[in-house]
Every structure is written in C-alpha cells, then in structure tokens.
Design a protein around this ligand. Sequence first.
Ligand code: ASP
Length: 348
Amino acid sequence: MSRILIIYTGGTIGMIEDPVTHKLMPFDFDHLIDNVPKIKMLNYEIDHVQFDRPIDSSNMDPSRWAEIANMIQRGYASYDGFVVLHGTDTMAYTASALSFMLDNLDKPVIITGSQLPIGEVRTDGEENLITALQIAAQKRQDCAPGVGSGSMVTEVAILFENYLWRGNRATKLSADNFNAFRSPNYPRLASIGLGIEYNEDALWRTPSRRPLNVRTAMDNGVSVVTIFPGMTAENLRHQLMIPGLKGAVLRTYGAGNAPTGAWFVDSLKEAIDRGITLVNVTQCISGSVSNPRYDAGVPLMELGVLPGHDITVEAALTKMMFLFGLGISTEEVRYYLSHPLCGEMTMK
Ligand code: ASP
C-alpha cells in the first residue's frame, strides 16, 4: 500500500469565508479533509503535517520553503510520495525553490491547490487533491526492483486541473481559470482526462543514485528588474543600488533586447563593476534568450549579463537565492546560473 504525506501550507483550497468580512481565510486541515470523503476510497496510507498557521501564499517566504523541504526530508524514508497543498499565487516560486533545495530527489513532490475553496459546490480542489495523491502514488512499470524509488514522477511538479507541469518550468497564467498554470517552454509531464497519461520522455530522471541532499539556505539579496519604455536611469540605478543586493533578474524585451543608450548601459556597468550578477530573462511568456539576434541585445552580452535561456522568472530568482545561499564564489554562481541544475532551462 502506498504511503503518502500531505503537507498543508494554506491557500484557497483550504480556505473558508469569514462570516463578518466575507473574505476568504486559510483554515485547518481537518476542515479540508472532511470535505473530501472520497479520499477514503483510495487505498493509500495517508498522513499529514501542516504549517502551525496555514497561510495565504502571498505570505510565502524562504523560511517557509525551508520548513516544507525539512518536512519532506523528515518523511523521506517513510513515504512513497508527497503532496503539498499550497496557494496558487506563489506556487511556481515554491515549486522552483523546492526543486533546487531537494538535490537528488527520487520521489514525487506534487504541489497542488485550487481556484475555489474545497467547501464550495463547484470546487476544483477535490479533484486536484485526489489526482495529486494518485500521481504521488504512481510507480513505473519498467523499473527494476531495488533501482531507486521506482516512482513514476521523481521531481517537484505542479498538478492543476488537466495537467502536470515541471515545477521549475511552470508559471501562473490565470487568476480565475481552473487550468491556471502552464509551462510555456517545456512539455506537460502528464495530461489528466479519463486517465492520467504520463509523458515519460519529459519526466526528470535523477542521473545519480546519491541520497537526498536538502540544502535550505536561501540568500534573498536578489531582485527582479523589469525594463519598460520610459524607464529612467535614476529608476534603474536605484533598483541596482539596494544595499545587500548580490544579483538580479533583468526582465528584457523579446529575445533579450534592451535599450542601447549610455544611461542604460552605464547603469548596468556600474552595477556589474560592484559585483552584482545579472541574468537576462525575457518578458515574453515563451521563448529564449541566448546569443543576441539584434544589436539591442549586444551590450548586455558584452557587459557580462548572463543569458537566462528559457528559464522562468520564478526559477531564475529562486535559483539565484539558492546559489548565493550556498556561499560559493561569484564565479561559481555565474557558472551554475549558466547551466541547468534540475531541468529548469534548456540551452540552445
Ligand atoms: N491567494 C490565494 C493563495 O495564493 C490564492 C489561491 O490559493 O489560489 O494563497
């Protein structure tokens, strides 16, 4: 019988309406599980742990990512898989952060939530929770006994409505559609219809058989800088002068293009000379930043801004937090930012 650990952090899935303010508020796990009696029909052994106080995921932060990672580590030997119940707003950040923190992961960590609270008649939460549990319990047919966990999914993934996405490739695209997530630069890991159809070629397979290595230190001396027409040098310089800043994700246009004027180039050069690491990630929903295709991409490359390839902003930001948190040299941080760690980017 599969053993699954549910980690409940909060989010809409477990919320109820405050009778006075009519605002949705995170509520406890028993309320959530009482609303899904069908869970008993699954022949799994299910345990749960939860945050002391479940949160709206707008309040998610690196210390809470560490809490989730530590819960997984503590249960790693005892459970076949993990289901993390989480608000949708920052789910893609959490999925990315966990993918970096859980090195050598060989079991499923399936993150899900819902757009409507589980107590509502038309909730998507019940189906999402049940499907997430089924995915967390799924074993591979072709796996020789004793070779790894034998789990179908051996990575951090987001299950939402009809699809399973790689966690560090996913992004929240809709505030109200039940299919709220997409991974525009990476194929779906599974499609959910009458059955669960896995896209086995897209699933992550751990190259090593080393034990799980959980590293939770994150350095939040990082930032996201979005360029826009009309941006001033003062604005840009201020954002890059934040005390303690070590690195920033620069959200550029199209295939990695940015203004070529001295006001822009000199501001970036100043920051880079002060040791700030910059990664170039496109503002477009899909596509990649690699070698410049236009003159407007050349100065960034010449200055040493790293191409982010097809990484999401969520993954780029949390990867920087993780790498700076390791306490390695800037050169090493730059090296690892230029290479995928766990399927978060594809280099052309
Ligand atoms: N604000 C909620 C949260 O992220 C939204 C949701 O769960 O869908 O916690």
